[in-house]
Design a protein around this ligand. Sequence first.
Ligand code: NOJ
Length: 539
Amino acid sequence: MKKRAWWQESVIYQIYPRSFMDSNNDGNGDIQGIISKLDYLADLGVNGIWLSPIYVSPMKDNGYDVADYFDINPMFGTMADFDELLAEAKKRNIKILMDLVCNHTSTEHIWFKEAIKDKNSKYHDFYIFKDKPDDKKSSFGGSAWCYVPSLNEYYYHYFDESQADLNWANPELRKEVASICKFWLDKGCGGFRLDAIELISKDLENNVFANGPHVHEYLHELNQNAFSLYDEALTVGEGWPTIDICLDYTRPEREELSLIFEFQTATLDWNPKGFGKYQPVEVNHTSLKDIVTNWQTGLKDKSWNVVFLENHDLGRSVTRYGNDGEYKVESAKMLATLMMSLNGTIFLYQGQELGMINPYFKDLDLYDDVDSKTMYKDVVQTMKAMSHDEFMHGLLMNSRDNARTPMHWDNSVNSGFNKGNKTWLAMNSHAKDINVENQINDEDSVLSYYKKLIGLRKSNLKDVFIDGYFERLTNYETTDDLFVYKKTYNGEVITMIINLGQNEIDYDLSLVKDKEVIISNYKDIDKKLRAYEAIIVRG
Ligand code: NOJ
């Protein structure tokens, strides 16, 4: 068998730095806070951390608006803090992945400042300018073009107007991106998550925004000039691909990216029509099973899967895919079983390991997210396409702030996130109930359950857990809620029996009879599958 890269056998933990741990009590998480929690992460079993952006930034989009790629935002600390983080993480066998945000920069970046001073500046061609705007919309709402009086031109921004899109057609810009990558890889970072990477090549005249004509050429070049110069650097792109598109980016022989996220699984409650996540629909379990199966079989032996259900842009999975009331523990464990039994590299988002749920902020003022706010203005106030109440419901489920409330460490003030100063975003009112202190020594907690599952992916069953042949057993699926699949690796077989819903289900007992139960979220095995019951058996 081909030796696997470190990241193929890893669970990568995503940290949203502003909300993870605030060491200096200023209301914002920081690098020293992260360092203080490395033992917790090592104990959980993670081998990599994806850090959402910590570069200098005006924080209009919480760091996804970079003003200097080579320095640390003072809100998070200094370069010395970062170097300490790298060294401390290394001691614990944890690699640090930076978030490479290079589809756009902040309008406070020096390149942009130079670009708008003078049309003849070389930096003018680092961005996308036009004499007259057309009707393209920003994905955060409103026009995608913003007027610059000094130039009498408009610049293009797919996201907020403070995030100007870069012009990757310019080879000099691409060289700059390669040197940014090398700077962080030379420091010893393990790789990158690449923000909005499918957008870097576009053909706006023909309304091509994503996966444009040169994207593969640019990424291959970046791979040759940066990634491939380092041993096993992990590059995971943010994209919204189909399986074929994903393979074009990630088949090893293409020498572009190691992995690309797929968002079909994690956005099943987004309305495909209308205003997407702000008009949520119920998760369809048949679609969920089909999509998981397609991805698990579609990449097999050609590329490698990324498995995730949460990140900083999505509402909490227990709220959206489980039941965050009566069955919040059972459904959190069910989702953990589903995710951790799939092939690929696992990405776990901070707080997911506790089964954190949405905070249900009822007041618009409690939201901070630029996307939520701009969309509210556009959709409710300008277009009057949704009512205030309808939009608020959308926010309760899918505002990005749902995942961004500070982490719950203990039962002290602000749940141990800091020492009691106000926090940049309100605390989640469920913090007293769902926190690390309550769960860490409780064998039945969601946290302990995650730890066991991560342990299984490193045990003597690891091959079948991370890279088995996936086969869905539809014959056993007596209802939409029942998902049954098995995985095989060199004669080792495991079978997953998962109730995705809360109704009891009759199931074929031969699936479990005389089988060794490897893990399950109920204390015993019954004749029926109970609410959100999930079982993994050997054989
Ligand atoms: C995707 C990031 O995950 C999101 O948080 C950000 O707003 C956009 N890209 C723009 O960088």
